[in-house]
Design a protein around this ligand. Structure first.
Ligand code: UDP
Ligand code: MG
Length: 309
């Protein structure tokens, strides 16, 4: 019998884990697979670890967890979880039941037929999400798919089932700053997406504010951020903005003022500011990439484990 590993990154999920586990169990018990769970406690500040210990004690053979020394982020959690798995197939799921377990049999059926290396779930709507957030995320997909060779399927979540071969490929990418949505596509392999309707989280709150999502998007695009280096970007952007306003004022005044009034110095200052701003802006972008190289050359581990069972 094939073995299915279930990877679940958890950050402050004390309320959802007791709901998640029985819901998934109910489904996988009906499936022709052996299962193992790998929960990753990503430095939660609530009782998440206690919940995981409880589950492990009830089921020491099948339920395992990795607990980080601090919060390393969902991407690191995914990596740690994938690394720990031993199954022939691996599925990645959120703890908040936003990735409905009811789809597991269908995913398994598709992937075990051997035609696909990966079966992912794709949201076809964003019900329950703020309009502005949906707009931003649509723009994000537009931009990244325009400027990057690695295409990202709009609405694709991290909820996906992969073959061992694909998991090993994902793990072979050792980059420190992990943008999973990109990595899953970068490794290639044949992926099938099943559509589904958005589900809201069962309990707890999402950790993803609009600003955090925005930063995540920038990281996905430039693949990094180094705060001090990016200051140049902001200063540059601001002075370029002021300069644009200045240019508009100068042009308007030129046509309003009586002919012959000398105004050259003002337009010169504006142009200088504008060019200077653009230069700093570009430097900031270069800085972001250098920051990425800087972090990577330190070869820091992606996560630190405090406890593993
Ligand atoms: N998560 C994590 N580390 C973090 C933030 C989130 O492991 O720093 C986990 C979280 O527990 C959940 C999943 O990642 O299982 C998705 O998080 P969330 O539901 O907050 O995001 P959303 O569904 O809104 O994208
Ligand atoms: Mg969620």
């Amino acid at each position: 019998m094939a073995k299915l590993s279930i990877v679940v990154p958890c950050y402050n999920e004390q309320e959802t884990i007791p709901l998640f586990y029985p819901a998934v169990e109910k489904v996988v018990r009906q499936m022709p697979v052996e299962t193992e769970y790998w929960f990753v406690n990503d430095g939660s500040s609530d009782q998440t670890l206690a919940e995981l210990r409880k589950l492990h004690d009830q089921n020491p053979e099948r339920v395992h967890y990795v607990s980080f020394s601090r919060n390393f982020g969902k991407e690191a959690g995914l990596y740690a979880g994938l690394e720990a798995t031993t199954g022939d197939y691996v599925v990645v799921m959120d703890a908040d039941l936003q990735d409905p377990p009811e789809y597991l049999p269908e995913m398994y059926q598709e992937i075990s037929s051997g035609e696909y290396d990966c079966v992912g779930m794709r949201r076809t709507d964003r019900k329950g999400e703020a309009k502005f957030k949906s707009f931003l995320s649509n723009q994000f997909y537009n931009v990244i798919n325009k400027i990057s060779d690695t295409k990202i399927v709009p609405g694709a979540r991290d909820y996906r089932m992969m073959t061992r071969q694909m998991v090993d490929a994902v793990l072979s990418l050792k980059e420190y700053n992990r943008f999973s949505k990109g990595i899953f596509n970068w490794v290639g392999f044949k992926t099938k997406y099943l559509p589904y309707k958005n589900v809201e989280r069962v309990a707890g709150t999402t950790d993803w504010s609009t600003w955090k999502l925005f930063k995540y998007a920038i990281d996905g695009i430039t693949d990094f951020s180094e705060a001090p280096l990016s200051i140049a970007t902001w200063i540059g952007g601001l002075s370029a903005f002021i300069a644009v306003i200045g240019i508009i004022v100068v042009v308007i005044r030129h046509f309003m003022a009586p002919a012959g009034s000398a105004f050259g110095w003002a337009s010169l200052v504006c142009i200088m500011l504008f060019i200077g701003g653009v230069q700093l802006f570009c430097l900031g972008i270069v800085g972001r990439y250098i920051g990425k190289i800087y972090i990577q050359t330190k070869k820091r581990p992606i996560y630190i484990v405090k406890e593993k069972k």
